[in-house]
Design a protein around this ligand. Structure first.
Ligand SMILES: [Zn+2]
Ligand SMILES: [Zn+2]
Ligand SMILES: [Zn+2]
Length: 84
């Protein structure tokens, strides 16, 4: 079931298609990528040591991130804490 946040979410183009914005800037590595469906920010997942997608949510309150892995189309809502 989609939640209210994902209903309002869009699919903006990635601002940094090559990887996590902050990790690219600092030369760090990531495990998987998440794309913010409010602004197109690309951040790394919670399996990555820097967890920039979660940090992006806390900094911006943008609620819905989509998997940015090839072949994956699920989204995660941070406010509802579930896949949507
Ligand atoms: Zn939600
Ligand atoms: Zn990162
Ligand atoms: Zn965002």
């Amino acid at each position: 079931m989609p939640c209210a946040h994902v209903t309002m979410a869009k699919d903006p183009p990635a601002t940094t298609p090559d990887g996590c914005e902050e990790c690219l800037a600092s030369g760090d590595r990531w495990v998987h990528l998440r794309l913010c469906r409010t602004c197109g920010h690309v951040g790394c997942c919670d399996s990555s040591k820097n967890k920039h997608a979660t940090k992006h949510f806390h900094a911006t309150k943008h609620p819905v991130m989509r998997s940015h892995q090839p072949g994956e189309s699920w989204s995660w809502c941070y406010l509802d804490e579930r896949m949507v």
